[in-house]
Structures are given as C-alpha cells and as structure tokens.
Design a protein around this ligand. Structure first.
Ligand SMILES: [Zn+2]
Length: 509
C-alpha cells in the first residue's frame, strides 16, 4: 500500500478512537449565569457587555438573567450594543424591579397558592414582556428570584409570564428553600437548578483577590473530576456584572432592610477604581480559561436545560410495567415518595394523576392504553383534612370518589386538597393509596374489587416535604433587602404542599 494512504488510514483510525473516547467520556456540564440587575450605575451596562463579548470570543454561551427595569434602562440609554452583545447568549429573567419593595416573598407572604400565582404574574409579567420585547426573544430561558425572595408560587407562576402554554420553562438560581441532593430537579412543573450547594455543585472565584484564583481553579477542577467519576453532572457558577464595577451592591445602597425611597431619590452605588475592575476581568478570564482546559467539560445555558433534562413522563409517558411498580410501592405503605424508573421520574403528583387516569378508564370499562402520559399537576392549594379512622371503602363510594377526582384534576390541573367520600373529605395522599390498591387488585384478578371494596390509606406521609427548608430568621431575613429577621411561614406552608410535584431531573444521556 502506498505509504501516504497508510498514514492517512492510521490518522483516520486514531481520530475515530479519539472520537469514541470522547463520546464515552461522561459529560460534566457547566452553567454560567449572570444576574444582570443594576439599573442605576451606567458602568454596569459596560461590564455586562464586556462579559458577554469576552465569553463570545471564547466560544462560551452563558445565561444572562435580566431585570425588567434593567432592560428598559438599556433601551432608554440607547445601549443597542449591550443588548446585541447579551443576545448572543441565553436570556433569562430576574424580576421586574428586583429590590423595590415589596420584593416577591414580601408580597407572597400572606398568599395561598392561587392568589400567589396571580400576584406574581401581575407584578412580574410586565417586566418579562419588556425583556422579551427589548431583547427580541420569544421565550425567556429561565427566571430566578431577587436575593432570597423565593416562593413556590413564583415557580408555579412561570407558565403565566411567558408565551403560552409553557411560559418560562426553567428556574435557575441558588438558595436553600428547596433542593434535591445538589442536582437539578422538577418542582411546581418547572425544571429547577437550585440549592446546588457551595463547594458541592456550585462554585465561584473571588473576583477581587489574587489569592482567590488558585483555590477557585482547584475547586472547580475537583468538582468536575468528582462528577466525571460519577458519570456526569452539572456545575453552577454565577456572578452579577455589577460585581466588576460596584464597590457596594446597587440595591443595598437604596433598599436595605425595608428602605423604599422614591425613584427620584435612587442613588447610584459607589464605583470601583478602573484598576480594580481591570484586575477582576483579568482574574475572571484566567478562571474561565482554566475551566476550558478541564477534560469533558461542556458549557450549557438555561436554554439547553430542557434538552439535557427532558421529562419523559410528559412526552413518552409511563409504561404498564412502570405503573405496576408504582402501585406496588404504594400498597400498604403509610408514605408516598417520588420514584425514578430508568430515565423516567414520577413525582407524587404524577403517580396521583396516572393512577386516577388509568383507574378511571378501568371504571369506565375501558382497557387503558399504555404508555400513559401525565400532563403535570400542581400540588394542592390547601392543607389536607384529618385522616379517617375507618379505612375500608365500599366499591361504589370509591368509584364515585375516583370519578370526582378525575373531573377535579381535569378542571383544575392540581391535586385536590381534599377528596370527598360522600360528605366526608379525606387527604389526597390517603386516597392515592386507595387508587393503588384498586389498580393492584385489577392487575392480579383481572377485575375491579366490586365485592371487596378498597382500603383508604391512613395518615399517608408525603416524604418529599423533607426537601423543603424550615423557616429560620436567616432563610429570608438573611438578604439585606428584606427586613432583619423577616420570616414567611405561609410561603413555606404553600411550598410543602407543592412537594407533591418534586422529583429528580433525569439526564437524557
Ligand atoms: Zn439579583
């Protein structure tokens, strides 16, 4: 053979091998996001642009979560250059006015689920529309709250502030109100990157100290290495463009601890001297360039999240085998939890929806057609009633209640707060056990338990509640904009009810 052909073949073979190795290498995804929020100091516009440009030059896509008032300020200052630079990245949303009181947890503090969703949409919807219009994007990739101003109603409300029917599909932020093992998860029907945990799946470098550079490089490398060993993972890194130019946070200067000066008295924050800003950009460049050299690392944005973590229960649905497993796990247990089977994760609400659908078809004398998809219910809008002492339900009482539940979830799209057995309300988790027992009976006997009746669960515990934070003076009050020690127990009450919807986000690859 001609030696040139041999060399070409050898090269081709080695390239193929390298490609296969790369394909086999577990991917460590990194999401880099910027809360782009300072609408007071013009230097922040330039900082945001410079970050966007330096990342574009390196072929990196980041996520810029833009405050509504920031977008309007860029527009009124004529900063088309900034808008164009940011638009090369993924555009998310970061509240309408960010720190002007009332902040989200302040106005959600006394709301339930439904009025909270409406209030979130009323206060934040206009800003979301402005960011979409000014940046010329159809879909905002994500939302994340100002400071620690969190509420499950905001997550459930994301469907209402974007383009129907999906609205804003993701929630990207960092905090400890809800979390699932420092990994992405589904909650209130949004894909959520949150509570990734400092030093576990969330890292950052101190921009303003040379001593911070090497430890930060080491930390992100170790994190990537750990995830590679585990077969892949997601690392979250975030900054605010204003950190490069402000001596003090823009909102702390104006809105600290409940202060709420009128717009006419808003003051720009003190600015850093140019040499400090330059040094911060130099360190950041070094940090980013280091991350680029870590093997197996891939930069993703909030726009990529739904592709990386598709919810197959919504698209492909549950197989009969999956539902058998779900019903089996629920039978005779005084608890309900989310369940992952293969690449599909089922929240407690998904299990409730699927069993209601399938048992309803059986009641109607139809043969269920698998796979069955779950549209995704919200959790209940109120606390459950007390459990009944009598667990046994005769068939007709169960049948009529099951039909009523099916009608309820079709009408309201959420798990009912109470299921009626004639005049008596029972908790939905107790009724889920009854649905599972009817399904199981049919599976084993080929008929529904018309003679035997079904047993209702008793005091069935919703285990995912343990992933919702306990209220402490620091949980909300730790943010300098909220009043010192500000607590919002009702926000966490509503959040616990939405634990019905909590489940891991499962990676496609
Ligand atoms: Zn912010």
């Amino acid at each position: 053979m001609n030696s040139r052909i041999v060399r070409a073949l050898a090269l081709l073979l080695s390239l193929t091998a390298a490609w296969q190795l790369a394909a086999a290498e577990p991917t460590v995804n990194i999401i880099l996001w910027f809360d782009t929020e300072d609408y007071l100091l013009p230097a922040d516009d330039d900082a945001a642009k410079r970050l966007a440009v330096m990342l574009t030059e390196r072929g990196i896509h980041a996520t810029f979560k833009v405050v509504g008032e920031k977008a309007r300020t860029l527009e009124s200052r004529g900063r088309k250059d900034v808008i164009a630079a940011l638009k090369k990245h993924s555009i998310g949303y970061h509240a309408n006015y960010h720190s002007v009181h009332p902040a989200p947890t302040e106005y959600l503090a006394d709301c339930g689920l439904l009025d909270g969703i409406e209030e979130f949409a009323r206060r934040e919807g206009g800003g979301a529309a402005d960011v979409r219009r000014i940046f010329g994007v159809n879909t905002l990739a994500c939302y994340g709250q100002p400071g620690s101003s969190w509420g499950s109603q905001a997550i459930a409300g994301l469907k209402q502030i974007g383009v129907a029917p999906h609205g804003v599909p993701c929630y990207v932020d960092e905090g400890s109100h809800v979390g699932l093992n420092n990994k992405p998860f589904w909650y209130a029907n949004a894909l959520v990157v949150y509570s990734m945990g400092r030093g576990r799946a969330y890292t950052r470098m101190d921009l303003h100290s040379d001593d911070g550079v090497e430890p930060a490089k080491k930390e992100v490398s170790a994190m990537a290495e750990k995830f590679r060993r585990e077969g892949g993972g997601l690392i979250s890194i975030y900054y605010h463009p204003c950190e490069w130019v402000n001596k003090q946070f823009w909102d702390g200067v104006n809105f600290a601890r409940g202060a709420n000066p009128p717009r006419e008295q808003w003051k720009p924050p003190p600015q850093r001297p140019p040499e400090e800003t330059e040094a911060a950009f130099r360190r950041f460049g070094e940090y980013i360039d280091h991350i680029r050299t870590i093997p197996g690392v891939r930069w993703i944005t909030a726009t990529d999240l739904p592709v990386v973590y598709p919810d197959l229960v919504r698209t492909e649905g549950a197989s009969e085998k999956d539902l058998d497993q779900i019903a089996e796990a629920l039978r005779g247990k005084a608890e309900v939890n989310f369940r992952t089977i293969g690449k599909r994760a089922y929240s407690a609400a998904d299990q409730f929806e699927l069993l209601t659908t399938v048992v309803g078809e059986l009641i109607d004398g139809k043969k269920p057609r698998f796979p069955v998809t779950a549209k995704g219910l919200l959790g209940p809008d109120g606390e459950p009633p007390a459990s009944r002492t009598e667990a046994h339900l005769d068939w007709f009482a169960f049948r009529d209640a099951a039909r009523d539940v099916r009608s309820y979830i079709q009408a309201h799209g959420r798990v009912p707060a109470r299921v009626f057995i004639g005049p008596d309300p029972v908790p939905p988790a107790d009724f889920l056990a009854a649905l599972a027992s009817a399904y199981e009976f049919h599976r084993k006997n080929g008929k529904l338990p018309m003679e035997d009746g079904v047993s209702l669960g008793s005091k069935v515990e919703l285990l995912p509640v343990q992933h919702i934070a306990k209220d402490t003076p620091n949980l909300f009050g730790g943010w300098v904009i909220h009043r010192q020690g500000f607590q919002a127990p009702k926000v966490l009450e509503v959040a616990r009810l939405q634990a019905w919807t909590l489940k891991p986000a499962v990676r496609k690859d």
